[in-house]
Design a protein around this ligand. Structure first.
Ligand code: FAD
Length: 275
């Protein structure tokens, strides 16, 4: 069966935590290979991330802790890696992150590749390390080529796999994988899938992350206005077709950005015959 993984963010309130627990219980029907929990850059969600990861492990499911290095010192990263090892965490998603405005820099890492190198030097093979990659090019990259080279460097530093930024144009993913493979990358590159359930939220995220919403999708979403039922039904069709195409091409897995909601991911997986 095609491996799938699920991404959550750490809730900010007790009510959010309760809702996430309920969503997880529904999503576990999909038998995810692992569930990952995002980490606010600058350490802003450290406690919430670690406690959510701990809950998932206690529920008997493998958990990956996202770990961003921007603004961090080597000493702090070393301490946190020790904490994660003690918790029984075996998977990390190693990232640079983006400092929220208002945070100074002053960190000892510039790029995610340096974090991967540091984790390997400090902990050997204790952690399975995933890194991020961008089929439609990271928004701060000097050029598509330099972004691809930065990805190859990150993999050579010791990553075991990669998860992509979400995209709605399958060809950008196929092309990226082809180029990475040509440069010697052999680790699995798992497409990140963002279900479409809310158009204003999606348009906001995409502007910030550099993920492109094709014109026809943007226009269709805008034409639905506040009609959430039509947005969700259109989103299921578009993202379902994307997943079908990716699966037909032999992707190594699918990573769902669940936004802490169960239904959209469950519906997509059901349509794919996954549950
Ligand atoms: P890097 O790989 O360091 O790349 C950052 C930029 O620097 C790119 O433009 C790259 O081309 C360039 N670059 C890298 N190396 C070099 C070099 N040697 N010379 C010149 N340029 C270079 N953010 C969070 O804050 N928390 C999360 O939990 C989180 N999870 C994510 C999960 C996934 C799957 C993805 C795709 C993204 C996630 N992000 C998260 C967002 C991510 O932190 C941002 O996209 C961030 O801007 C880049 O992080 P990175 O690890 O890809 O950085």
């Amino acid at each position: 069966m095609l491996p799938i993984s699920l991404e959550f963010f750490p809730p900010k309130t007790a009510e959010g935590s309760e809702k996430l627990r309920a969503a997880r219980q529904q999503l576990y029907a999909l038998k995810p290979e692992f569930c990952s929990v995002t980490y606010g850059a600058g350490g802003s969600t450290h406690a919430g991330t670690f406690s959510t990861v701990g809950e998932i492990l206690a529920e008997g499911v493998d958990a990956a802790c996202h770990f961003s290095c921007i603004g961090a010192t080597r000493a702090r990263v070393r301490d946190q890696l020790a904490q994660l090892k003690t918790m029984g965490v075996k998977r990390l998603v190693a990232l640079r992150g983006d400092l929220p405005s208002g945070y100074g820099s002053g960190g000892e890492f510039q790029y995610a590749s340096e974090l991967v190198e540091f984790i390997r030097a400090e902990t050997g093979s204790s952690f399975h390390i995933e890194v991020a990659c961008y089929p439609e090019v990271h928004p701060q990259a000097k050029s598509p080529q330099s972004d691809l080279e930065a990805f190859v460097t990150k993999v050579r530093a010791g990553a075991d796999g990669a998860i992509t930024q979400y995209f709605y144009n399958a060809d950008s993913y196929f092309h990226f994988v082809e180029e990475a493979t040509r440069r010697g990358v052999t680790v699995p590159i798992v497409p990140g899938i963002m279900p479409i359930t809310n158009s204003s939220q999606l348009l906001r995220f995409s502007d910030a992350s550099g993920a492109e919403i094709p014109r026809w999708i943007r226009l269709r979403l805008q034409s639905f206005g506040d009609d959430t039922a039509s947005i969700k039904s259109f989103g299921q069709d578009v993202v379902g077709d994307l997943c079908q195409r990716l699966i037909a091409a032999g992707v190594p897995g699918l990573h769902f950005y669940t936004m802490n909601q169960a239904k959209a991911t469950l519906d997509l997986c059901e349509a794919l015959g996954r549950c």
